[in-house]
Design a protein around this ligand. Structure first.
Ligand code: FCA
Length: 327
């Protein structure tokens, strides 16, 4: 009897030991398309917080193109990772990413940019956390409308720079959300000028916006929208480069990471009026935690989570960040 009791206790202890050793062996990849962008730096930072809290290893990988994505997934497989979260450089890589993850026996979740299949439809099987793109775009549009009114501009004479990146569905939804609110409030559709950017960074947006501004020297007042802060900052820099004063420009971005905050901290006001702050904490910490729960405890993540945003300007961004727990 005593023997059995001891044996049972011993094996229970062994199980506990094996269980906790297993948890410590969890390794999760966090792959992002633009590692230099502050938003992605923040996502990594918060994902590392989850890793520290739960005792798993988080491997940060930047993958700017399809080849790097493939290599990253193989690499994670070879390192003995059990899963990864990715913001892909190209959503059309979807089927390839799914196949590579499966081949390497890795669980897969996406963040920010949702994978699409060969027909362009979202791959719904892969758990995804994105932003409520249309709604956030609408918040951008409303902020611009309110500020146009506050400055007493004649809506009919304002030009809008729409920095676009149409191969990314969330980008389309964001800018369409913004321009639809402009139009609903009497902004002439003909005054909304498309500025397609080749890449989703400030330089590409500056180039795209410069073309639009140069084509319309008659316009004195400009507003600018885009998929993120970098896009809108590019448009604002373009207005500055041709000498349009900040008081004549209303740019509202999306993100609220360092690029936007630095702008608000400048001693004099710029044309970057505001940003809709989204949460890198939810996108970094929560996705990493959800992946951990999936690997360690078999708890499947929700298939789709869309997070919200909150408008912030020079005057209140600190309070808004605090409210979102991201300072
Ligand atoms: C996309 C954009 C990023 C960020 C993210 C939430 O990936 O490129 O700048 O806005 O969505």
């Amino acid at each position: 009897m005593k023997f059995w009791k001891q044996a049972i206790l011993a094996s229970a202890a062994l199980l506990v030991a094996v269980g906790s050793a297993g948890a410590q062996d969890v390794k999760i990849g966090f792959v992002v398309k633009q590692p230099e962008e502050p938003w992605f730096q923040d996502e990594w930072k918060f994902a590392q917080e989850a890793a520290k809290e739960k005792g798993f290893t988080l491997v940060e990988i930047g993958a700017e193109d399809g080849e790097k994505v493939q290599a990253a997934i193989d690499n994670l497989g070879a390192q003995g990772a059990q899963g990864f979260i990715i913001c892909t450089p190209d959503v059309k890589l979807g089927p390839g990413i799914v196949a590579k993850a499966t081949a390497n026996d890795l669980k897969l979740m996406t963040v920010d940019d949702r994978l699409v299949d060969s027909a362009g439809a979202p791959i719904e099987d892969v758990p995804h956390m994105g932003i409520s793109a249309t709604k956030i775009g609408e918040t951008v549009g409303q902020a611009i409308v309110d500020e146009i009114k506050a400055r007493g501009w004649d809506m009919a004479e304002v030009g809008a720079i729409k920095v676009s990146y149409d191969q990314l569905p969330t980008a389309v939804d964001r800018v369409t959300g913004a321009t639809s609110v402009l139009e609903q409030n009497g902004f002439p559709a003909a005054n909304i000028y498309n500025a397609p950017q080749a890449k989703t960074d400030t330089e590409a947006a500056l180039n795209a916006a410069t073309t639009v501004i140069n084509a319309h020297p008659e316009i004195e007042h400009w507003v600018a929208v885009g998929l993120n802060d970098e896009a809108v900052l590019g448009a604002v820099r373009a207005t500055e480069s041709v000498g349009i004063p900040a008081a004549n420009v209303i740019g509202v971005g999306i993100g609220g990471a360092e690029s936007a905050i630095n702008e608000f901290k400048k001693p004099s006001v710029t044309g970057f009026y505001g940003t809709v702050i989204i949460s890198p904490k939810r996108h970094g910490y929560e996705t990493a935690l959800n992946m951990y729960e999936w690997i360690a405890n078999g708890k499947e993540p929700e298939k789709l989570i869309l997070t919200s945003g909150q408008l912030a300007t020079r005057g209140d961004y600190e309070a808004v960040r605090k409210d979102l727990g991201i300072q």
